[in-house]
Design a protein around this ligand. Structure first.
Ligand SMILES: Nc1ncnc2c1ncn2[C@@H]1O[C@H](COP(=O)(O)OP(=O)(O)O)[C@@H](O)[C@H]1O
Ligand SMILES: [Mg+2]
Length: 224
């Protein structure tokens, strides 16, 4: 489904070059739950941003269903992102002025398929993540765990095939973290969504069936 070949991302800061990702190759199959692990600064977010079509690699290929998406135009990539991919950030990234309900259906309005009732679907998704009673709350009226569950519902509004989550539990307590991870795994089991998540907690390995370990931007065999 998603094949990555020799992916390299070098950030250039003036004359300084940061090799954030070097020669990474992986294959993700439909239905996989993949965990990207590594210490802080090892390139996890950089890799996730390449896979999620948020950033472009310096070299290498990303094939989505066999088609190289690295060379597509910005607008073609945005369309693919809206249609096939969902993204969850460590710091939730909800719009503070909008209610939970509005935050969730907004990306639907951007795609604007005429046949879809986005407001209704947003309500269903908020119900699935256990926030039926909170739909009219604004982010600041919700706990961290609840905000992250709104962000998960938002990532699902356009029925993505792949859901990316960048350390979704980093800002949460243990109980909320478990609930978030269980929500992601249930979405995978029940709705068949392919999941790719980043973590630096070895405990989270139990949620995944595939692993990518990074050290200084390179793939390694073990989490060290
Ligand atoms: N936009 C950027 N510009 C320059 N360097 C960056 C940028 N983003 C990340 N880096 C550097 O790239 C390396 C990998 O970063 P990152 O992918 O965020 O790691 P992780 O998510 O594993 O903590 C780090 O050394 C970081 O400082
Ligand atoms: Mg990171």
């Amino acid at each position: 489904m998603l094949t990555v070949k020799n992916l390299t991302r070098i950030y250039k800061l003036g004359k300084v070059e940061v090799n954030a990702l070097v020669d990474v190759s992986v294959g993700l199959d439909e239905g996989d739950v993949t965990c990207i692990m590594g210490k802080s600064g090892s390139g996890k977010s950089t890799l996730l941003r390449q896979l999620g079509l948020i950033d472009r690699p310096t070299s290498g290929q990303i094939l989505l269903d066999g088609k190289d998406v690295t060379k597509l135009s910005d607008s073609a990539r945005s369309k693919l992102r809206l249609t096939y991919l969902g993204y969850i950030f460590q710091e939730f990234a909800l719009l503070p002025e909008l209610t939970a309900h509005e935050n969730v259906y907004l990306p639907g309005m951007m795609l604007a398929e005429k046949s879809v009732d986005y407001r209704g679907r947003a309500k269903e998704l908020l119900d699935i993540v256990g926030l039926k009673e909170r739909i009219d709350h604004k982010p600041k009226e919700l706990s961290g765990g609840e905000q992250q569950r709104v962000a998960i519902a938002r990532a699902l509004i356009n029925n993505p095939r792949i859901l990316f989550a960048d350390e979704p539990c980093a800002n949460l307590d243990t109980i909320s973290s478990e609930r978030i991870m269980e929500t992601l795994v249930n979405l995978n089991k029940e709705m068949g969504v392919t999941v790719v998540f980043v973590s630096h907690d070895p405990d989270d390995k139990k949620y995944a069936n595939k692993f990518i370990y990074l050290k200084d931007g390179r793939q390694v065999a073990e989490y060290i």
